[in-house]
Every structure is written in structure tokens, then in C-alpha cells.
Design a protein around this ligand. Structure first.
Ligand code: AMP
Length: 193
């Protein structure tokens, strides 16, 4: 099973991806997580990505496409994967198509979590509070001002990715405003699982 999860920051992609991982036994490939790990490790990619990520902008297509190309070569991704946070631009979607075609692979579905953007700022404020209360690190970009920039980047560059997959008939739209368990049920139903 090869899936893409689309939706603005704070839509619940990470939460739902974790559940899909359990259900299908395939890895979640989150470009945000990979980039944060690169920043923490101080790798060349991390050094390039750090400031852009902290400001809420998008890391260059070249860097992100490179890390995804490497990651899907790894053994655990051979049986499938859930892409979370990628593709975020049409150029990334096109590059993914090329990568998959070269490997003779196809996507099974693209799931878009549709949410009311007005509700998202509250969600990320809560996410930051919950992380803090649990003694977990709080993401620097889970800050209301930076979040606005992330949402602008989404609306400018990423919102057009869903129509890209609509054209190819792969897009399934899910109401992301439902309670978390209902979103999971709707996703499973969309996948026929
Ligand atoms: P996320 O965890 O998906 O919200 O991503 C956190 C940050 O990582 C984003 O705000 C971007 O700066 C960067 N990032 C993650 N995925 C991508 C991507 N596919 N393209 C460009 N930048 C990305």
C-alpha cells in the first residue's frame, strides 16, 4: 500500500499516519520528521533547512525530493509507505511520479484531510501545550506567528497539489473536522479496508 496524506499543517496528518502505520504495517515517511532529525544531527541538509523551517517557509524542492528518493529505497519502504508532508508542491508531486514510474510502482491513494483553517491555530497551540505538559520537546514552528506563515505557504504552494491528484483520479477527500476516531474510520472506508 502506497499512500499520500495531504492537508494543511495541524490537520491531523501525523495522528492519522500513526494509525495507518499500525493497521497496514508500513512506515510513515514524514519529511518534516526527517528534516527535524537532520537539523538536530547538524547534517549538511539540516544546516540548509534549519532557518527556513524555523521561519515557517518551505525547504527547497531539490533537498526534499533528494531525501524522499533516498528514503523510499530503504528496505522497510519496499512493501509500501505513507507519505506525510510530501509532496508539498506540484514540482515535488511530479518528481514523485517520475521516481515511482522508474521503479514500476503506483500510488494506491491520495487522502486529503479537509479542515476549517480557522480552527487550526487553536489546534497547534494545544499541540504545543500538550507536548510541554508531557515533557516532550515543543516544535519551534508550533508558534501562532510562525504558524500563519506555514499556512500561507500551504495556501500558496500546496493547496494545488490536491487538484493535481484529482485529475489523475487518485484523490479521496476526508472531512478532517470530525473526531479523530471518525476521521480514521472515514480513511479506512476510503481505502476499502
Ligand atoms: P511538517 O512537520 O510536515 O509540518 O513540516 C515542518 C517543516 O518542514 C515545514 O514547515 C517545512 O519548513 C519543512 N518541510 C516538511 N516537508 C516539506 C516538503 N515536502 N517541502 C518543503 N518543506 C518541507
Amino acid at each position: 500500500m502506497r499512500l499520500i496524506l495531504l492537508g494543511p499543517p495541524g490537520a491531523g496528518k501525523g495522528t492519522q499516519a500513526t494509525r495507518l502505520v499500525e493497521k497496514f504495517g508500513i512506515p510513515q515517511l514524514s519529511t518534516g520528521d526527517m528534516l527535524r532529525a537532520a537539523v538536530a544531527a547538524g547534517t549538511p541538509v539540516g544546516l540548509k533547512a534549519k532557518a527556513v523551517m524555523e521561519s515557517g517557509g518551505l525547504v527547497s524542492d531539490e533537498i526534499v525530493i533528494g531525501i524522499v528518493a533516498d528514503r523510499i529505497e530503504e528496505a522497510d519502504a519496499k512493501k509500501g509507505f505513507i507519505l506525510d508532508g510530501f509532496p508539498r508542491t506540484v514540482a515535488q508531486a511530479e518528481a514523485l511520479d517520475v521516481m515511482l514510474t522508474q521503479k514500476g510502482l503506483k500510488l494506491d491513494a491520495v487522502l486529503e484531510l479537509q479542515v476549517d483553517q480557522n480552527a487550526l491555530v487553536h489546534r497547534i497551540v494545544r499541540r504545543a501545550e500538550e507536548a510541554k505538559a508531557a515533557g516532550q520537546p515543543v516544535r519551534k514552528d508550533d508558534d501562532p506567528e510562525v504558524f500563519k506563515t506555514r499556512l500561507e505557504a500551504y495556501n500558496r504552494d500546496t493547496a494545488i497539489v490536491a487538484p493535481y491528484y484529482q485529475k489523475s483520479g487518485q484523490l479521496k477527500v476526508i472531512d478532517g473536522m470530525q473526531p479523530i476516531d471518525d476521521v480514521t474510520k472515514a480513511m479506512n472506508a476510503a481505502l476499502g479496508a
